[in-house]
Design a protein around this ligand. Structure first.
Ligand code: GLP
Length: 260
């Protein structure tokens, strides 16, 4: 696990750089897309590199982490629509190349199984962008999630609904109670995980993720078992890290040839 502590704009450039390096090596790579506010600056940077530098996503396929259950097709907070607005519509990725769990399916367990199969059929995710919830959730794997979980329906915690109410006119009652989410084992199958976190509100979750005991109570701690994780945090999100000086030193002395 590599921890990089840097100002937010640099974190976005680093994450976008990792995506760009991957696409230069493998133009038909499979990307894992996250929602929430944390990856937005990365999408801005990728859109800029597409427009100004010709970075192409034409052969890329992408899978989303999660989706609310029951939001209508045209709801602006339906994650599929968020990803279209923030990323897909701004680059040259094919419209049918982005997939997400179907939160409107009549048979939700079947939709989850189909989604797992689609990821497997694509050969798995090469690079997965991640945020982290204040309670340590990744995607929508809330505390108590099985560390071996696969895509399934979950009930959101009150904390997550309150955190996400800002996207729903500040009204927690408009935030759905249920979601479909890639499981922790699904996420762990991706070959490179790039997690972004900014702000003091994420400091405890980041501390647990990097330095806490692996536990379903802090679902992100499962990432300690992954061989290639980049944790990109600003000073505020790093404020509870016990080994912050070590991480800073290691990054400062990192060989120039070594990407994320
Ligand atoms: C939601 C998403 C997660 C995201 C989390 C944090 O719950 N399902 O994927 O990591 O929010 O969001 P933010 O980045 O806005 O703090």
């Amino acid at each position: 696990m590599e921890v990089v502590i840097a100002p937010a704009p640099e974190l976005a450039r680093l994450a976008a750089g990792a995506v760009e390096d991957l696409l230069r090596r493998r133009p038909d790579a499979v990307l894992g897309l996250a929602t929430g506010s944390s990856p937005l600056a990365v999408y801005d940077e990728l859109a800029r590199r597409h427009t100004e530098q010709g970075l192409s996503f034409a052969r890329v396929r992408a899978f989303m982490l999660d989706e609310y259950v029951g939001l209508s097709m045209d709801h602006p907070q339906r994650y599929r629509n968020v990803i279209d607005t923030e990323f897909a519509a701004r680059v040259d990725i094919a419209p049918d190349a982005v997939q997400g769990p179907d939160g409107l399916a009549a048979d939700l367990p079947a939709a989850c199984a189909a989604y797992e199969q689609a990821i497997a059929d694509a050969g798995g995710v090469d690079l997965q962008l991640l945020g982290i919830g204040t309670d340590g959730h990744i995607a929508f794997n809330e505390p108590g999630s099985s560390l071996a979980s696969r895509t399934r329906i979950k009930t959101l915690t009150e904390q997550t609904r309150v955190d996400n109410a800002r996207f729903f006119d500040g009204d927690v009652d408009q935030v759905p109670q249920h979601c479909l989410t890639q499981g922790l084992a699904t996420i762990m199958s991706a070959r490179h995980l790039v997690l972004l976190a900014t702000g003091r509100g994420k400091a405890e979750a980041v501390h647990q993720l990097v330095e806490g005991p692996v536990s379903a109570m802090w679902p992100a701690t499962i990432l300690q078992h992954h061989p290639h994780v980049s944790v990109l945090v600003d000073n505020a999100a790093a404020s509870r890290l016990q080994l912050a000086d070590y991480y800073r030193g290691a990054y400062a002395s990192k060989p120039a040839w070594q990407g994320l």
